[in-house]
Ligand binder design. Structure first.
Ligand SMILES: Nc1ncnc2c1ncn2[C@@H]1O[C@H](COP(=O)(O)OP(=O)(O)OP(=O)(O)O)[C@@H](O)[C@H]1O
Ligand code: SF4
Ligand SMILES: [Mg+2]
Length: 358
């Protein structure tokens, strides 16, 4: 349905499936990890007084991620709930500091940036969230929601704020007269357009869309996805497009990153990921896509429950659910290995074969 609406209502994503390899990455992650320490609750603290020995738990929300985002690319990020997609997006947008590893914007590591460079990174990467109502201040008019930050950051003069906001509203497909209204006066799709206008107001290079259409009706989803794609062409934008829906990601992305329990398990150009996926987890996700009849017959659906991120399985974290698991998978974690330019997978099935010496 969504696929049909998108092809009916908008030009197809015209950009080639991979960005030029020679370009300097807009954003680069090297060995990025984010751990959250979840404190013990009151009951556990009382039990500790009696000698129980409960300890704080650590969630490895993002584990050792390397990623380059090239100018003009749309990178999709998929994976089940809790696999670290939002945390990854928040690290990229500078909202959540990583525990380990480095983030670079336009070739410069954040740790080595001066105040002006950090500001450029903060403005240059904007984030759009799932629930537009929650992220728009209900007491402010659209004029201030969209126009306040660019005035504060000196991108426009206060006297030009109204004209600037009206132009942005027009750009996202809203009536410029809506600048005087409040968030509760809009539908969900319109509110998400206001959220997009607010992000665009800061003239970003990269927009992190975190489940940005998940809360919308299917027909509205298609319209907002089409808006993202047309803005990409008009403004030469780059997107990190986070979604649990592989179908949505497949429509908008040039490359897809598949995450499982905090790690990247496969990354590939979108067409390759759909036609020749390597990782058993990617294949399981594809088997659940209702539109891919051929794929559904070929790959086994995902089995079992997602393990707790507080206690990920040893070896390959996917081994308890993997139809191709081998004894080795239970003890040895696979590394993300390049299979061909642009395509990498973390699975022992892709390890180079070592021939026995005679
Ligand atoms: N602020 C936090 N404090 C403690 N744990 C957190 C925090 N934020 C995220 N986590 C944990 O980190 C892991 C990854 O969460 P994250 O929200 O990044 O996943 P996600 O892939 O975006 O999930 P969803 O699809 O449900 O949005 C989860 O186990 C989550 O509980
Ligand atoms: S490493 Fe083993 S368990 Fe993990 S995905 Fe590959 S075959 Fe399956
Ligand atoms: Mg999330």
């Amino acid at each position: 349905m969504l696929e049909q609406l998108m092809t009916e209502t908008a030009p197809v994503n015209a950009t080639p499936s991979t960005a030029p390899p020679a370009a300097t990455p807009l954003l680069q992650l090297r060995g990025v990890s984010k751990r959250f320490v979840q404190d013990i609750d009151l009951a556990a603290r009382i039990a500790n007084l009696l000698g129980a020995g409960h300890r704080a738990s650590v969630v490895h929300a993002v584990a050792d991620v390397d990623l380059e985002i090239l100018p003009g690319e749309v990178i999709g990020v998929v994976g089940e709930s809790g696999c670290g997609k939002s945390t990854l997006g928040r690290v990229i947008a500078g909202i959540t500091p990583p525990t380990d590893g480095s983030v670079s914007f336009l070739g410069k590591p954040v740790a080595a940036m001066d105040a002006a460079e950090r500001r450029a990174w903060g403005l240059g990467v904007q984030m759009i969230f799932q629930n537009p109502m929650a992220s728009l201040n209900p007491r402010l008019r659209v004029l201030d929601i969209v126009g306040e930050a660019p005035v504060v950051h000196g991108l426009v003069k206060a006297a030009q704020k109204a004209v600037y906001v009206e132009a942005l509203l027009h750009q996202v497909g809203l009536d410029p007269a809506y600048a005087q209204r409040y968030p509760h006066q809009f539908s969900g799709g319109q509110r998400q357009r206001i959220g997009i206008a607010r992000a665009l107001a800061l003239k970003p290079r990269l927009i992190v869309c975190d489940e940005a259409v998940a809360a919308l009706d299917v027909s509205i989803q298609a319209q907002v996805l089409n808006l993202f794609l047309s803005l990409r062409r008009e403004l030469a934008l780059t997107y990190l497009f986070i979604s649990h829906n592989l179908g949505v990601v497949g429509h908008v992305s040039d490359r897809v990153v598949v995450m499982y329990l905090g790690r990247i398990v496969e990354v590939a150009p979108t067409a390759t990921l759909f036609s020749a996926p390597r990782h058993p987890y990617t294949r399981a996700l594809l088997s659940e896509l209702p539109t891919l009849e051929r794929t559904r017959r070929t790959y086994l659906p995902i089995q079992g429950e997602l393990p707790s991120p507080l206690a990920p399985p040893p070896g390959c974290a996917f081994h308890p659910r993997c139809p191709q698991a081998m004894p080795r998978c239970k003890v040895e974690a696979p590394v993300l290995r390049s299979l061909r330019p642009g395509h990498a997978s973390a699975c022992h099935l892709d390890d180079p074969v070592t021939l026995p010496t005679t």
